[in-house]
Design a protein around this ligand. Structure first.
Ligand code: PGA
Length: 241
């Protein structure tokens, strides 16, 4: 596992965007794993700006998002579908047929999870996965206690996550209680993983994930077992390292 510490959020986001573009240039048909949340917003801003400056073509790439609330309408302002549209998809030349996000509108959620796992396999697995990390150590919506062998499935959000995400909703009451998430085993099959962590609220979990015991109680600690993980951390999140 490699760790890079940046002076600030801006330089961290820019570095991540550069690595992502490098991947797209090297392999235009890359399968890219995408994350949502507050942390990657700067990354997407930089990515859109650089992609447009360089006229990078996204026509052949395939994207898989880590997770989606359940149930939620695609067009809900806080769905991850809407997030991705606003932060990336409506700004670059991506082919809509190559965008994969768990369907939060499905009436058969078990089948949707199987379909998503199957699609990941069919497309050849993820070349580069972008990850955030929850204050409780979650990756995707794999909350503490999630099995390292888990696959795409429906999960219940913890009170901590509902509270953390309530800042995007009118109130904590409005945050969906469930989500569809790629499992930990599904995430670990990615060839490369880049984790973004910013701000002092993440300092504790960043040090646990990088230097602590590998335990299902801190899902991100499993990344210590992956052969190609890069943590990009700003000063505030790095204080305990
Ligand atoms: P955040 O979420 O970027 O909004 O802090 C990270 C995560 O929950 O994975």
């Amino acid at each position: 596992m490699e760790v890079k510490v940046f002076d600030d959020y801006h330089s961290l986001s820019r570095y991540a965007a550069n690595l992502f573009l490098q991947q797209v240039r090297q392999k235009p048909e890359s399968v890219l794993g995408l994350a949502t949340g507050g942390t990657p917003e700067g990354f997407y801003r930089q990515l859109v700006q650089m992609s447009n400056e360089e006229s990078i073509s996204y026509k052949a790439i395939r994207t898989f998002n880590l997770d989606e609330y359940y149930p939620i309408n695609h067009n809900h302002p806080q769905s991850y579908w809407t997030f991705m549209k606003n932060h990336l998809f409506s700004h670059v030349s991506i082919n809509e047929n190559n965008i994969f996000i768990p369907n939060g509108e499905t009436s058969d959620v078990e089948r949707e999870c199987e379909r998503y796992e199957q699609l990941l396999k069919e497309k050849g697995g993820i070349d580069l996965q972008i990850l955030g990390i929850g204050e409780n150590g979650h990756i995707g919506f794999n909350e503490p206690g999630a099995s390292f062998a888990s696959r795409t499935r429906v999960v219940e959000l913890t009170p901590n996550t509902i509270q953390a995400n309530s800042r995007f909703f009118t109130s904590a009451q409005d945050v969906p209680r469930h989500a569809i998430t790629m499992g930990i085993a599904s995430i670990l099959e990615s060839k490369k993983i880049i984790v973004l962590a910013s701000g002092k609220k993440k300092a504790k979990v960043v040090s646990e994930a990088i230097n602590g015991k590998v335990t299902e109680e801190v899902p991100a600690s499993v990344l210590q077992h992956h052969p190609n993980v890069l943590f990009l951390v700003d000063q505030e999140a790095a204080v305990n390292l």
